[in-house]
Write a protein that binds this ligand. Structure first.
Ligand code: GYE
Length: 307
């Protein structure tokens, strides 16, 4: 169990638990909702939150984690921007006896004792859900079905796994062809820019857009309209997150489907932080449950959406 320097168990001490959280940035609607969830859950739980925004740069995350170690916080949590390159700093946290919780994205480290728990979605399954929806949608088509893909941040767990899961499903039928695939870094601006390039290169040959998040799809929808094409009609559009912006696009008939990925990880993170500090066991993996929303149900579901 983690105890105070004097050896008084945490549970009996008056001091507030201090949590250092390194967030990736503010690249998407998903991320903004995630930050909000963490901040408000910390407040509700009476946990003192030291929050650092890495502006999508790994070096900033490493710096933030080092500063949390120097400040001797009780627990460190972070959402790793990419999977690799965190081994050294995680070893430093372990040497300082500060437990680390991963939220949202995984790291790729050999030594699994470098983190205590990982909570977040199954991104491979999200990719599969997107693939299965497409296979069903296109079952009457002879093909070829030309797909362009907007990938998330290079080297990030969701970009790697959403690509993998989607490909796993569509490869069963050779009529599906990914003709272009490039990163849009999970942002609207990049999604639009890359879609413009796809349209220039492939023009009317494009049948499907698969975007690793809603924001890139929303940016791409603009590019499609500016090219004089009808989103969700001339080009079938699939994306992931199911944020409010995606529901709005679906209600306007511009996005076909969004696979859900919940950013509301705050309450379960605070619970895990309390448990870790109290020396209670926490599950190594906590998987978020999620659904899929095609445009036909968007108007009915919209009022119930929390992010
Ligand atoms: O899908 C995307 C965000 O890591 C699950 O990051 C998260 C992803 C989310 O920027 O919108």
């Amino acid at each position: 169990a983690f105890t105070l320097a004097a050896g008084i168990p945490r549970a009996f001490a008056q001091k507030k638990i201090v949590l250092g959280f390194s967030q990736i940035g503010a690249e998407s609607e998903w991320r903004t909702a995630n930050t909000e969830s963490i901040k408000s859950a910390a407040k509700d739980a009476g946990i003192e939150l030291k929050f650092a925004d890495a502006q999508q740069k790994q070096e900033n995350q490493i710096k933030a984690i080092r500063s949390f170690i120097a400040q001797k916080v009780d627990v460190i949590a972070f959402s790793p921007v990419v999977e690799t390159g965190f081994e050294t700093v995680l070893r430093e946290a372990k040497a300082a006896k500060i437990p680390v919780i991963l939220t949202d994205r995984a790291v790729n480290v050999k030594d699994q004792s470098l983190w205590v728990s990982f909570m977040g979605s199954d991104f491979t399954e999200e990719g599969r859900k997107a693939g299965r929806w497409l296979v069903e949608k296109m079952k009457a088509e002879k093909g070829p079905v030309n797909i362009v893909e907007l990938q998330g941040t290079v080297g990030s767990a969701p970009a790697i796994d959403r690509k993998k899961g989607f490909e796993e499903i569509i490869k069963a039928d050779p009529k599906f062809k990914i003709v272009r695939s490039q990163t849009g870094d999970f942002t609207r601006a990049k999604g639009k820019e890359v879609m413009e390039a796809f349209l220039k290169a492939e023009g009317k040959k494009i049948n499907v857009l698969y975007a690793h998040n809603d924001d890139m799809a929303i940016g791409a929808i603009q590019a499609i309209e500016e090219a004089g094409l009808k989103p969700a009609k001339d080009i079938v559009i699939i994306s992931i997150d199911a944020v409010k912006g995606a529901f709005e696009a679906m209600m306007q008939g511009k996005l076909n489907v969004s696979v859900e990925c919940s950013p509301l990880l705050g309450p379960q993170l605070m619970q895990a932080v309390k448990d870790v500090v109290a020396g209670k066991p926490v599950p190594k993996r906590i998987v978020t449950e999620e659904g899929i929303f095609p445009m036909e149900v968007a108007a009915k579901e919209f009022p119930k959406r929390k992010y």
